[in-house]
Design a protein around this ligand. Structure first.
Ligand SMILES: Nc1ncnc2c1ncn2[C@@H]1O[C@H](COP(=O)(O)OP(=O)(O)OP(=O)(O)O)[C@@H](O)[C@H]1O
Length: 228
């Protein structure tokens, strides 16, 4: 399996009067077609690590390569472009734009990348929504959808530019158990059915146990490093 992301001694320290260490010396690799959970107690740095791996934040130490390319010398513009092409994001609260339909929300990352015609974007958004069982809801606004449906629109939006990797931060955290299971199955299908890599922060240990690998953090460090 080819490696997509490689972190070596990844560290993020906030330069406060008393510096706050969010992530410390984390080394890991994430390969194609992996379904990885990031677990750990509240405040252990799970979201901070996800933001670093997702190129939403820059480390203060260590290295991060994506498909073999070092991210340190990349400008903010290059990082944004790499995110658009390589990475999709699903957050606990869907962050769909309320004034736009489901379809228009899914088109947004395609518009930003600017590779497809209006017609192609429209068609692709419709196909993605249909793949997630939302073919009858394309023209609805987020407030007209259930929590689980909104989260599946967010998954469709994450897939808009066909990235190899999807990051999810507590994707089922605000859903009831039935919708959680649907969203979990949707993420699982991305890996087994579509060959994506999915990395998800979760508090839900049962869910983490059903994923293929677990990265456990304690105080911003990998738990196996803490055990040493
Ligand atoms: N901007 C910030 N300024 C100060 N402290 C911060 C900041 N961002 C995060 N922290 C602290 O860093 C630690 C790690 O936060 P992070 O959100 O990554 O943890 P988490 O494991 O995702 O937590 P949770 O499970 O509660 O969401 C926490 O103690 C948090 O309070």
């Amino acid at each position: 399996m080819s490696v997509l992301l490689e972190a070596e001694n990844l560290t993020r320290i906030l330069p406060e009067t008393i510096p706050v260490t969010l992530v410390r010396d984390v080394s890991l690799t994430i390969a194609e077609r992996e379904f990885v959970a990031i677990t750990g107690p509240s405040g252990s740095g799970k979201s901070s690590l996800l933001y670093l791996l997702g190129l939403l934040d820059r480390p203060t130490g260590g290295t991060l390569t994506i498909e073999g390319r070092d991210t340190a010398p990349m400008s903010d513009g290059e990082l944004a472009r790499t995110r658009l092409e390589m990475l999709g994001f699903v957050f606990q609260f869907h962050f769909l734009l309320p004034e736009f339909s489901a379809r228009q929300n899914v088109e947004i990352p395609m518009r930003k990348l600017g590779r497809l015609s209006r017609r192609q974007m429209r068609d692709r958004a419709g196909e993605l929504l249909a793949m997630l069982g939302l073919e009858d809801h394309c023209e609805k606004k987020p407030y007209q959808l259930s929590g689980g449906q909104r989260q599946r629109v967010a998954v469709a939006r994450a897939l808009a530019n066909d990235p190899p990797m999807v990051f999810a931060d507590e994707p089922t955290g605000s859903l009831d158990s039935k919708s959680s299971e649907q969203v979990f199955q949707t993420l699982r299908d991305l890996v087994t059915g579509r060959g994506k890599t999915v990395v998800a922060v979760t508090h839900d240990l049962d869910m983490a146990a059903r994923m293929d690998r677990r990265i456990h953090l304690v105080d911003g460090m990998l738990a196996d490093a803490v055990d040493d």
